[in-house]
Design a protein around this ligand. Structure first.
Ligand SMILES: Cc1cc2nc3c(=O)[nH]c(=O)nc-3n(C[C@H](O)[C@H](O)[C@H](O)COP(=O)(O)O)c2cc1C
Length: 248
């Protein structure tokens, strides 16, 4: 492998090499939708809104930051839908819709492109059947994607045998839709997509601390297996990061 070429990914020298007049944005193409559409007949679940989170999170930000750690074992008690809603809002919640192609969220994103979708692999959440769900940030809803037999062992296998997602109440699985970032930045899109993922997961760590839960970032996984588990195409949308969540 060419180390220099791989290291160049971390640098911003690409900005001098890209002809930004040729990006889809500057050629006048409409921005892609800020969230992946879902079928008309999909089962949607309304989530408690941010004004109902006041009784969650009894610790201050200093304590949350000081206590943050990767947690790989969890108590068996399920999470509530309200707690899950809080974690979704903390990681991808919409603060303000600017126009049909731009929505500000609780995390920053290069050019406000927000190229992630959030899937949940739900094992133990009170009131939710086991299965794969997806967050709709604009509507602050969950959409039930599908149920899956033997979900716990399948997710464990898909993360190369790491046992935490199978023991967690649920796992966050973030996919990237690179075109959302490419539309604006062309070939300079990829580094900032990776940077953006860090903000999302760090908010999850801190939000988990606030409600007595724990998480652990996972970047080591079988790409094909996780993409298959989510039923995403692996080209226009693919898994980028995971994080199991459970009570401490
Ligand atoms: C980008 C990234 C990828 C990681 N991938 C994994 C992983 O696949 N499996 C795992 O057990 N921990 C993973 N971790 C957790 C780290 O091992 C952990 O953050 C580190 O050991 C420091 O511990 P702390 O988070 O408790 O401070 C990852 C962390 C980050 C930030």
């Amino acid at each position: 492998m060419d180390k220099e070429r791989l290291r160049a990914f971390l640098k911003d020298t690409i900005r001098q090499e890209v002809d930004f007049s040729q990006t889809d944005q500057n050629r006048g193409l409409a921005p892609p939708p800020v969230e992946k559409p879902c079928a008309e007949q999909a089962r949607r679940i309304d989530l408690p809104k941010a004004d109902q989170f006041k009784d969650l999170g009894k610790i201050d930000l200093f304590t949350a930051i000081a206590r943050r750690e990767s947690v790989r074992s969890y108590r068996p008690e399920p999470l509530s839908v309200k707690e899950v809603a809080f974690l979704l809002w903390a990681t991808q919640g919409v603060r303000r819709v600017l126009d049909p192609g731009h929505a500000l969220r609780t995390v920053p994103s290069a050019g406000c492109r927000h190229s992630f979708e959030t899937y949940l692999c739900v094992l133990h959440v009170a009131g939710l059947e086991q299965g794969i769900y997806r967050y709709l940030p604009l509507e602050h809803q969950l959409v039930f994607e599908f149920a899956e037999h033997d979900l716990a062992p399948k997710v464990q296998q898909a993360v190369l045998g790491q046992p935490y997602p199978a023991r967690a109440a649920l796992s966050f699985i973030w996919t990237a839709i690179p075109y959302r970032m490419e539309w604006r930045y062309g070939p300079a899109a990829y580094k900032v997509i990776a940077l953006d993922a860090g903000h999302v997961c760090q908010n999850l760590y801190l939000a988990c601390e606030a409600i007595g839960c724990g998480t652990c970032a996972i970047a080591a996984y079988d790409q094909t297996a996780v993409d298959r588990l989510l039923k995403v195409d692996g080209r226009e949308e693919f898994t980028i990061y995971l994080a199991p969540v459970g009570r401490k």
